[in-house]
Write a new protein. Structure first.
Lengths: 115, 247, 615
């Protein structure tokens, strides 16, 4: 049972990649890349989880203690999300230009680079 | 490769990768275990620097270098997307945009009501980033998307008026520059790159956590402006940029 | 004894990437208001300033390593929450090469017509910041973040010529494959973090000390390496390389080929020597890089020789040379690393000069297709001499630095791998050099048969549709394009003739392979010096082999140009090669789905290979 959440992370990574391999539309390709990346979010957050621990934010009612989930993986995930969002934007900008230059978004019909 | 060949090749390889992942997962500490050595140190370090939000402390104080680079990725991607979405030789940008279609009055009302609320929440999330969940990035995204409520109410022109793009273009760059400059200020004032240069204050109060709130504001400005510029470039592609009639 | 670092020197490392970031911000904020000369001047000065900082840092790190703790989180009793920047001579040397190449690229692009309101310059400076940070940081997650900065900016730079259909296509393949590689790296980092609770390279090494070589470590090693090796263009992760390098603007190609791919190799071996060397048995890892290096070298060389598109030809030759880098660094000892580092430095000079020459050809004749350009450059003055010379230098001609690196590396791989590895070195250098010489002779001397009417649509990319990068074709080569070419060639020459270069590279390589010393110095413990070994420079056998590969390069070029005059028996012997070549070419399909499938094949094979060796 403890393996389950890690398997979800691995599954997302692989199924996102499968989507890229089977893709017939480049917008779909880019979204699948984000799906694959969401596997890394799940992995990181799962790694930082601790049973019975609270959020790593203290206040007047929650005095500092070490019984909190790992804040480091949360900061890493935040960085990861920024990377994902910005790279997705860049790739979608490229997809717009591909649609204009090639008149198609089907990777099977893009044949400008061969050999 | 043909589609079936590609699929078979991938599935065989992915089975191998899956096996690699599973054997690694079997060796990991069980899910939910209390083994988090970095967490123990990070909590102590955050408390020592009077930062109530430990994630904020890790993001801006303990591992601030990661965040500097992360904000630079944002800067570079927005600049890159802007460069990729510039009008090409045979295109031009229309100065006028088509009037939006009819929008339900209820949608308009919701948009107008939500706009000030979202802006306020965004500012709150940025300013209290070192005390409560949130921070410059989260608040910046809220602020950046808030003004696009105007677009959802059907008024691209209204949106166009409230967000002069050159201002936000510069705002984004200056936010990122402020972050990097704070890093250098750390060298001068604290003897360490990205070092803390302000008094830590009292744990849990608005003025606490040293430089962390300043970093939050710099990032908030950068992210809000970046989101606005990025969405503007995509909206322009859809609404303004047109292929010039071939003469 | 802990060497007491000069406190001023510890501030150099962060400045090396913060300065270009701040200037890039200024360019983005003011770009539309600044005149073009100011944008060029500001960007070029910044690259020069970064090179200056790198030189100062290199001098400070000469006798060891300069460690900087960002945020002032210096470790107490060996533990900390901060990120270390660890500048050792080899890492700083790589940063210096990146800064010098950036300087050349920016000078070359003074005549570049379209900078999109200074966005080109800002992106170039951010790219420099990413490369510099990647080699200076001593933290695995921070490496990933700098890697993503390098990547994101590189995708935008690749697709910068938005009017060119191949440009945006190549950029997308590059972006998807590289991002996926980076996410696999992040998974590896996550697994290591779960196991050890550490992210710093030195801290990871301490936490893993004494660990048996278990399955988790094999998986983590393979996953972390995947991102770096995608960047390094190792077969079968290499498919994006030719697509991206053939279509990016010339100054960008120079950086991709001259240093970016080498940084992938750097990351691979930095992580191995510091974190994994004590826990994964060396013979398995050595064998892995010998095999993958050799395959990469051969595939790259064959594809290189088969190209007619000049920039694709150079891109595949880079893949071939990456294979040789992997062979050299894969010996895992100081001698092989010294040879590999020298080879990388020499290659950076020669290959960058060649890419700039291809840019000059494109902007002068409006094409980069070798066949189409047959004899078009007959009246040119300097390049007809420089280009074949660079081709010979690429094959290892003494006394160029690349040849010295090749000689040192050959000696090291002969010990680690055997004679066959030396044979790979000689043949692959000869094939890539020969392809360049063939193109140079065809374009500038009109050697070989003139082309018939343009061939019908075949399964290859010709270079006739490439868009020029200046407004109107050049009538003569401007000085701003010529000077960088000459400077790069002279730099590569200086590496091979200035006394003391080999000793300096050997000292740097000894530090690089000394993972225990890295860990101790980073965490503030006394570090034993690595046992001194003798540096090797030019040797008699090295010179002989380099002369042999240069002569073979010339022979390959002439044989390709006059293949109709070759003896019939030789031509008959070459006939069975054709279908194999067609098969290999067909694999390079330009289809992003294919590339992702191959990426997973690579990860699975690496894992199986390493598991067989380690467990």
């Amino acid at each position: 049972m403890t393996l389950y959440v890690y398997l979800v992370a691995g599954w997302l990574l692989l199924v996102g990649s499968l989507g890229i391999v089977r893709s017939r539309d480049l917008v779909h390709t880019v979204v699948c890349l984000s799906v694959a990346q969401s596997g890394t979010y799940v992995l990181l957050i799962a790694v930082g989880y601790q049973r019975g621990a609270t959020a790593p934010v203290f206040g007047s009612t929650t005095p500092p203690s070490e019984n909190v989930v790992d804040p480091v993986v949360q900061a890493m995930t935040l960085t990861d999300i920024v990377v994902s969002a910005t790279v997705t934007a860049l790739l979608l900008a490229l997809v717009i230009q591909i649609a204009k230059r090639h008149g198609t978004l089907d990777p099977d019909h893009l044949s400008s680079l061969k050999g | 490769m043909s589609r079936p060949a590609r699929l078979v090749l991938f599935l065989v390889a992915a089975a191998g990768v899956a096996a690699l992942l599973v054997v690694a997962f079997l060796d990991l500490p069980p899910f939910g275990s209390p083994f988090h050595p970095y967490r123990d140190r990070a909590v102590a370090a955050a408390v020592a620097h009077a930062t109530a939000n430990v994630v904020g402390s890790v993001t801006f104080d303990q591992r601030g270098l990661d965040t500097l680079v992360e904000e630079t990725i944002l800067l570079g991607s927005v600049a890159g997307a802007a460069a990729l979405l510039r009008p090409s030789k045979e295109e031009r940008e229309n100065t006028t945009v088509p009037e939006g279609g009819r929008v339900l009055e209820a949608t308009k009302l919701t948009g107008y009501l939500l706009l000030p609320v979202t802006l306020l929440v965004g500012i709150d999330v940025v300013v209290h980033g070192h005390l409560t969940p949130g921070g410059g990035f989260q608040g910046g995204v809220l602020l950046g998307t808030a003004v696009h409520l105007l677009y959802l109410t059907g008024h691209y022109r209204a949106l166009d008026r409230v967000r002069p793009l050159p201002v936000f273009d510069s705002g984004e760059a200056l936010g990122a520059a402020a972050f990097a400059a704070l890093g250098i200020a750390g060298i001068i004032a604290a003897g360490a790159f990205l070092g803390n240069i302000l008094p830590f204050g009292t744990f849990g109060e608005l003025l606490s956590a040293g430089t962390v709130p300043v970093f939050n504001i710099a990032v908030g400005v950068e992210v809000a402006s970046g989101v606005i510029v990025l969405l503007a470039k995509f909206l322009e592609q859809a609404l303004r940029v047109q292929r010039e009639a071939v003469s | 004894m802990v060497p007491s670092a000069d406190p001023a020197a510890t501030h150099l490392a962060p400045l090396a990437f913060t300065v270009p970031i701040i200037v890039a911000c200024l360019l983005l904020a003011l770009g539309r208001r600044l005149p073009r000369w100011a944008v060029d001047g500001l960007a070029t000065t910044t690259a020069a300033a970064v090179a200056g900082i790198d030189v100062l840092l290199l001098m400070a790190a000469r006798d060891g390593r300069v460690v900087t703790w960002a945020g002032g989180w210096t470790p107490v009793d060996g533990t900390t929450v901060g990120i270390a920047l660890v500048a050792d001579p080899l890492g700083v040397g790589a940063a210096l090469i990146a800064a010098i190449l950036m300087l050349c690229a920016l000078v070359f692009s003074w005549r570049y017509f379209d900078s999109a309101e200074a966005h080109l310059h800002a992106l170039m400076l951010l790219f420099l910041a990413g490369m510099t940070g990647f080699v200076l940081t001593g933290d695995l997650f921070n490496m990933f973040v700098f890697f993503e900065l390098m990547g994101a900016v590189a995708y935008a730079l690749t697709g910068f010529k938005i009017e060119d259909p191949t440009s945006v296509h190549g950029a997308l393949s590059f972006g998807v494959v590289n991002s996926l590689g980076a996410y696999l790296t992040l998974c590896g980092i996550g697994i290591l973090y779960a196991r050890t609770g550490e992210l710093g390279l030195a801290q990871l090494a301490v936490a893993l000390r004494g660990n048996p070589p278990e399955a988790l470590l094999v998986t983590a090693f393979v996953l972390v390496l995947t991102g770096w090796l995608v960047k390094a263009a190792m077969v079968p992760f290499h498919f994006w390389t030719a697509d991206a390098e053939a279509v990016a603007p010339t100054p960008v190609c120079l950086l991709f080929s001259g240093i970016m791919v080498a940084l992938g190799v750097y990351g691979t071996f930095r992580v191995y020597h510091v974190v994994f060397a004590p826990v994964l048995p060396a013979p398995g890892v050595q064998c892995l890089f010998l095999v993958f290096g050799a395959v990469t070298a051969v595939v790259g060389a064959v594809m290189c020789f088969a190209q007619r598109h000049l920039k694709r030809l150079l891109a595949y030759s880079t893949i071939a040379h990456v294979g040789l880098f992997l062979l050299a660094f894969g010996t895992l000892d100081a001698a092989g690393t010294e040879g590999g580092a020298l080879y990388v430095a020499g290659h950076a000079g020669i290959k960058s000069a060649l890419f700039l020459m291809s840019g000059v050809i494109l902007n002068r004749y409006g094409s980069v297709d070798e066949i189409d350009l047959h004899g078009r450059g007959r009246h040119a003055v300097l390049l007809p001499w420089l280009m074949p010379l660079a081709g010979l230098a690429l094959a290892g001609l003494p006394p160029f630095g690349l040849g010295m690196g090749k000689a040192v590396a050959e000696e090291a791989v002969a010990t680690a791998g055997g004679w066959w590895a030396v044979a790979v070195f000689v043949l692959v250098s000869a094939a890539t050099g020969g392809a360049v010489i063939r193109a140079a002779l065809r374009i500038y001397r009109g050697t070989g048969r003139a082309p018939e009417a343009s061939p019908p649509g075949t399964e290859e990319t010709s270079g006739t549709d490439e868009e020029a990068e200046v407004s109107g074709l050049l009538q003569r080569v401007p000085l701003t394009m010529l000077v960088p070419i000459v400077v790069l060639l002279l730099g590569a020459l200086a590496l091979g003739v200035v006394p003391g270069v080999s000793e300096a590279f050997h000292a740097a390589a000894s530090r690089f392979t000394d993972g225990a010393g890295y860990v101790a110095r980073t965490l503030g413990a006394p570090a034993p010096l690595p046992a001194p070994t003798a540096p090797s420079g030019w040797t008699l056998s090295g010179v002989a082999l380099s002369l042999l590969s240069s002569a073979m390069a010339l022979a390959f070029a002439l044989a390709a140009l006059h293949h109709d005059r070759l003896p019939a028996t030789l031509r008959a012997a070459a006939r069975p090669v054709a279908p194999v070549l067609r098969g290999v070419r067909a694999l390079h399909s330009g289809h992003v789905g294919d590339y992702v499938a191959w990426l997973f094949v690579g990860v699975a094979v690496l894992g199986a290979f390493l598991a067989a060796g380690a467990l």
